[in-house]
Ligand binder design. Structure first.
Ligand SMILES: C[S@@+](CC[C@H](N)C(=O)[O-])C[C@H]1O[C@@H](n2cnc3c(N)ncnc32)[C@H](O)[C@@H]1O
Length: 229
């Protein structure tokens, strides 16, 4: 395990000092996967749906699936983070199978998930090789006819905006939080995300969001990467 993986835990998240506060599902995910109007995708979720959330943390992005009766699974990078996820499940009354693993080593069989979520987690890889390996691993556990939904920071995201570009898909964060100094594997463009995702999946629907606020901007790229049925 690298230092970057070890940096995730209660200390850096400030959980030693605070009581649990519920987090909310990604609005971008809700628009992209549940609405039908924006991306053309409107998931049909029921008790047979199996959903895996990579970097599941507080399980907030699994809640809309859990509400619809889906079987929910989470993966976290180390045992401390997995414990945080399990605690979040207990407090919120969520039934979620949480395991320790990583983008490139998912502790599940091939082709068992209808939906694989990777929200702001794939860029914790180091470079293009890591991104390719992560996308291939997401595809491995996705069933034929299933999809993976990947979100990552775009160029105007406040954490990435001042990052130093070291080479293709390699950026060092220069001003942020505990991640300052860490190297992130960001997608160089939205096309770059589509091209890399298409190496592992059969079709890709990309999207982008940008919010401009008084003090910071936040931009995301996303890809809905589908496996043919
Ligand atoms: C920015 S948080 C995002 C949490 C959640 N997915 C969300 O969007 O609200 C990044 C998450 O990825 C996890 N993580 C870090 N490196 C990872 C890796 N190499 N593979 C899988 N998960 C990782 C962290 O522990 C953390 O939970």
């Amino acid at each position: 395990m690298t230092g970057k993986s070890d940096s995730w835990g209660k200390g850096n998240l400030g959980l030693d000092r605070t009581a649990f506060v519920r987090h909310h599902p990604s609005e971008l995910m809700m628009r992209a996967l549940f609405a039908g109007r924006y991306s053309g995708v409107k998931l049909d979720i029921g008790p047979d749906t199996r959903v895996l959330d990579m970097g599941a943390m507080y399980l907030n992005n699994l809640v809309p699936f859990h509400d619809r009766g889906a079987q929910c699974f989470g993966v976290e990078i180390n045992d401390d983070m997995a414990a945080i996820s399990r605690e979040a499940a207990d407090i919120q009354g969520l039934s979620v199978d949480v395991r320790t693993g990583s983008n490139r080593a998912i502790p599940h069989e091939d082709g068992v998930f209808d939906v694989v979520l990777g929200l702001n987690v794939i860029h914790y890889e180091d470079d293009t090789v890591g991104l390719r390996a992560a996308l291939a691993e997401y595809a491995r556990v996705t069933r034929p006819g299933g999809l993976a939904f990947v979100i990552s920071a775009g160029p105007r995201h406040y954490l990435r905006a001042n990052a130093e570009r070291l080479g293709p898909n390699r950026y060092r964060i220069t001003d942020g939080d505990f991640r300052t100094g860490q190297v992130m594997a960001y997608f160089d463009s939205l096309d770059d995300l589509s091209v890399l995702a298409l190496e592992a999946f059969d079709s890709v629907t990309p999207g982008r969001s940008l919010e401009e606020h008084a003090d910071a901007e936040i931009e995301f790229y996303y890809a809905i990467a589908m496996k043919a049925g």
